[in-house]
Design a protein around this ligand. Structure first.
Ligand SMILES: Nc1ncnc2c1ncn2[C@@H]1O[C@H](COP(=O)(O)OP(=O)(O)O)[C@@H](O)[C@H]1O
Ligand SMILES: [Mg+2]
Length: 223
């Protein structure tokens, strides 16, 4: 379960202050698929960065799987990001000179999994997201956008995370492919009991998730 209480993030540059996230609270149960919608600049990416331990909140608590990440030191945060969180980005962020298979194996290497186990799990995950054995051996540049996003979802799942954070995962895909990617994420939330929080512009996609949060100027305005 994820319990967020009164988190804020204020950015200061010079003498201007931006309250990117302003006293937000919410709870999401395990295996739930939540979406976040809101205009550009409303604080969506900042909120995901706080949940993923990439940014420290200026105030508030963030409890993921019983641990308050707002209180963690840098060392524990690194291990939190590696073991509890899977990230999916709009631009896929795959390593260009590694094959799809090697990209999925990489986070397991950081987690200390043996080579044979890494390969076996990466193949299983890539099969689960719909890649053929031939596609698994290709580098990202030789895969379509939708296929690259499937690889990045498999990579996000590699270390069996409690939480997947996806920042506009369908932003570079046509609407049909985007819908397929969302359906895939939805199925995974249920089969792996992984909580997923995804930012999206697509209201028809957001309408299909278990919970929708709308952000405006760093605050929730409705759900
Ligand atoms: N590292 C940063 N330094 C200063 N301001 C930032 C930083 N990151 C985001 N902001 C500001 O915080 C607000 C929210 O940004 P962001 O979370 O990226 O919004 P969204 O993802 O909804 O487009 C914006 O006004 C943005 O300019
Ligand atoms: Mg953003």
């Amino acid at each position: 379960m994820i319990q967020v209480k009164d988190i804020s993030k204020t950015f200061v540059s010079g003498d201007t202050k931006v309250k990117a996230v302003n006293k937000i609270s919410f709870t999401i149960d395990d295996g739930q698929f939540a979406s976040i919608i809101g205009r550009s600049g409303s604080g969506k990416s900042t909120l995901l960065s706080l949940l993923g331990g990439l940014e420290k909140p200026s105030a508030g608590n963030i409890e993921v799987d019983g641990q308050d990440i707002a209180k963690m030191g840098d060392h524990r945060l690194i291990s939190y990001r590696c073991n509890k969180i899977g990230f999916v980005f709009q631009n896929y962020n795959l390593v260009p000179n590694l094959t799809a298979l090697e990209n999925v194996m990489l986070p397991m290497e950081f987690a200390g999994v043996s080579r044979s186990q890494r390969k076996k799990r990466a193949e299983t995950l890539l099969e689960q997201v719909g890649l053929t054995p031939d596609q698994m051996q290709r580098k990202p540049g030789r895969l379509s956008g939708g296929q690259q996003q499937r690889v990045s979802i498999a990579r996000a799942l590699a270390n069996k995370p409690k939480l997947i954070l996806a920042d506009e995962p369908t932003g570079n895909l046509d609407s049909n492919t985007g819908e397929m990617i969302f359906d895939l994420l939805h199925g995974l939330a249920k089969s792996e009991q992984t909580t997923i929080i995804a930012v999206t512009h697509d209201l028809s996609i957001a309408g299909k998730t278990d919970q929708t949060f709308q952000l405006h100027d760093g605050r929730f305005t409705g759900r």
